[in-house]
Design a protein around this ligand. Structure first.
Ligand SMILES: NC(=O)c1ccc[n+]([C@@H]2O[C@H](COP(=O)([O-])OP(=O)(O)OC[C@H]3O[C@@H](n4cnc5c(N)ncnc54)[C@H](O)[C@@H]3O)[C@@H](O)[C@H]2O)c1
Length: 455
């Protein structure tokens, strides 16, 4: 791969490069959600002058008042970023002032499980009029290979006011160009074992100068950046990582269902296999996939593959296995109730954990939402407890209007169902006070009780 010393920079890029190197650059981050806000704070902490742009005026108001809306980000971090000059705004005019613009907007699936790129499209349209010569634009949203080049660049070129074109490979433009790169976000929310700055940042530019500008910018906040040859390679890298995870989770989910039938403990087997010092990486089964990434991203690639008459069989099969897990959990709730001579219909069930994984305040695509729906369809009366969610209202695929139930008087429920293994729960205490505990996460590992049904 190229390095900075090998790339001869035209003057308009050198100006931005110098600012990125000495961290005097102004950086605009569009989309201040789970990805964009922490990124803004990291950049600000490193000394860059950061402005966050979001169409959600409530977020802008909160940040301007020094308040956080993400559980794991304390308000003090926002306040100290503000003291460094961090600002938030819904007015995109300020983009023209930035040396680099980073886009971190959602990339969900539509109702028909196809890529919904409307957020990327709208953001590109909103940013284009403010584009300036020599600016670097980086897309971070997870997407299929080709989005940056086939969707984002054409909008930026067509809708900017200065007649600017993207700097392309092999052309020696000295003026009238902007630079474009793709760099995927690789954060693992709730994972405290790896510091965010130690996750290498993959960067692929539309051409070499963009790669270098983006790599140098990210080296200001990450221990290292990994340069790849194109935006497509960077886009595909992120999908490979998440598909690898999705497929391996499906594998252990399938083996868990088999192990249950065979009367075996799959978690014990995985822990034993994980002692092998090579060739095995442990993945753990659960009640189904959740979050904005693993249940969604693989389908960006399978959709794109159709254009090439290619059927991504691993992705489809993994999706099928993982999507069956909430129903598997419900089946084990019925089994547990049956042991106590109860039916699902009319049963009082307390679900522990709404978040899609432990110790985070993210509900997107959470299997808990599906399980509530399935249990209610069978006539169960479901309540929930989750320290991260005082209430659960409505979202893209749910409309619940529920309030968190306190963890007292557990004996009143026919079943306590563990959906998320939050660290704060005292599982021994929960088991001792409940009549039946159905555990979809192995959270009760080591606790011996006939009241526990593991699934
Ligand atoms: N959350 C994660 O852990 C994670 C990890 C890796 C990658 N990603 C990817 O990063 C991207 C962003 O995810 P997220 O979790 O931060 O999403 P999010 O929903 O938390 O945040 C997105 C933000 O973008 C804003 N937005 C939407 N349209 C906009 C527009 N036109 N202009 C300005 N702002 C706009 C929204 O108001 C919101 O604040 C997605 O592609 C996701 O797949 C997320």
């Amino acid at each position: 791969m190229s390095t900075l010393s090998q790339v001869a920079l035209p003057k308009i890029a050198q100006v931005r490069m110098t600012r990125l190197e000495n961290r005097t650059a102004k950086i605009g981050v569009i989309g201040l959600g789970y990805v964009g806000l922490p990124l803004s704070l990291l950049l600000s902490e490193a000394g860059f002058k950061v402005t966050g742009f979001d169409i959600d005026t409530k977020k802008v108001t909160d940040l301007e008042a020094g308040r956080s809306y993400i559980f794991r980000i304390p308000a003090e971090e926002i306040q100290s970023a503000r003291a460094q000059g961090f600002k938030a705004t819904a007015d995109f005019a300020g983009l023209s002032d930035q040396d680099a613009i980073i886009m971190c907007v959602p990339t969900p699936l539509t109702e028909h499980r196809e890529p919904d790129l409307s957020y990327v499209e709208n953001t590109a349209k909103a940013a284009a009029p403010w584009l300036q010569e020599g600016q670097l634009v980086v897309l971070e949203s997870t997407t299929y290979p080709g989005t940056t080049e086939d969707l984002m660049i054409p909008i930026l070129e067509a809708e900017n006011r200065n007649g600017l074109k993207v700097q392309s490979k092999g052309t020696a433009a000295e003026q009238g160009v902007f630079y474009v790169a793709f760099s995927p976000e690789r954060e693992d929310p709730g994972n405290t074992t790896v510091a965010r700055r130690d996750i290498p940042k993959v960067v692929g530019g539309h051409e070499e100068i963009a790669t270098e500008l983006a790599a140098v910018m990210y080296e200001g906040i990450f221990t290292r950046s990994v340069r790849v040859s194109s935006t497509r390679a960077a886009e595909m890298t992120k999908l490979l990582e998440n598909i690898y995870r999705c497929v391996n989770i499906a594998l252990v989910n399938e083996l868990k269902v088999l192990a249950l039938k065979m009367g075996m403990d799959i978690w014990e087997v995985i822990d034993a296999a994980a002692t092998k010092p090579f060739g095995f990486h442990p993945f753990y089964p659960g009640p189904g996939l959740g979050g904005h990434c693993i249940p969604i991203d693989p389908f960006y690639l399978s959709w794109k593959a159709k254009e090439y008459d290619f059927n991504t069989r691993f992705i489809e099969l993994a999706g099928e296995v993982n999507e069956a897990m909430p129903a598997h959990v419900v089946q084990y709730v019925a089994k547990g109730l049956n042991q106590n001579k109860k039916a699902v219909n009319g049963a009082r069930i307390l679900m522990l954990g709404m978040a899609y994984k432990k110790d985070i305040d993210d509900l997107r695509e959470s299997p808990s939402l599906t399980v509530i729906e399935l249990l209610r369809e069978q006539g169960a009366e479901v309540q929930y407890n989750d320290p991260y969610f005082p209430t659960v209202g409505r979202g893209r695929h749910y409309n619940l209007n529920m309030t968190c139930t306190p963890l007292d008087d557990l004996g009143q429920y026919d079943c306590v169902l563990i959906m998320t293994d939050h660290t704060d729960y005292d599982y021994k205490d929960i088991v001792s006070k409940s009549r039946l505990v159905v555990d979809s996460r192995n959270a009760t590992k080591g606790i011996k009780s006939e009241k526990i049904v593991r699934c």
